[in-house]
Design a protein around this ligand. Structure first.
Ligand code: ZN
Length: 179
């Protein structure tokens, strides 16, 4: 399992719903927890490890959680700004404005439906990871000025991500078939 960098097409592609919550899928979730903690992340979405599926793992300080086929039902009008980073965009951090509170529904790894209201940090991680399932990265939300500031570093990462995506093309296919 390898974390893909911005520039890799898998981070921008379509994602598919999970239909089977079998042991193979649970094993995959475990691997993703491992990768997330190894990389010191608080969230990791399937496309970030080359899999075009609608799920992510996160740890908002209350332990690990798998979020499968998620939907954000509503967003608060109130917005807050918070610094974000991303395992697919290493070493770049930026202040991003997002709704403070969200209502969500998703399935856990046992296929049970969960409904929750999340706020502040928890809502932040959820929104960031959910964006990955729609092919959106936090740097997309930056102003022109803020983007300009990180342009050089971003271009280097995109180049590396494109190369890596090509190299891993076959592994990507194999992983899709395995799921
Ligand atoms: Zn991310």
């Amino acid at each position: 399992m390898e974390v893909r960098l911005i520039g890799d097409p898998v981070l921008r592609g379509e994602t598919y719903k999970i239909k089977e919550f079998d042991q193979k899928f649970k094993d995959l979730i475990e691997k993703m927890y491992g990768e997330m903690y190894k990389s010191d992340g608080v969230g990791l979405a399937a496309p970030q490890v080359g899999m075009p599926y609608k799920f992510f793992v996160m740890d908002d300080g209350e332990g690990k959680k798998a979020v499968i086929n998620p939907k954000i039902i509503s967003f608060s009008d109130e917005k807050i700004t918070f610094e974000e980073g991303c395992l697919s965009i290493p070493e770049i951090f930026a202040e991003i404005e997002r709704p403070k509170t969200i209502k969500v529904e998703y399935y856990n790894e046992n296929g049970e439906k969960i409904e929750q209201e999340l706020t502040d940090y928890k809502a932040r991680i959820f929104q960031h990871e959910n964006d990955h399932l729609d092919g959106i990265l936090f740097t997309d939300k930056l102003s022109v000025v803020a983007k300009q500031r990180i342009k050089k570093k971003l271009q280097e990462l995109i180049k590396e991500g494109k190369r890596q995506g090509k190299e891993l093309g076959e592994i990507k296919l194999w992983k899709i078939q395995k799921i």
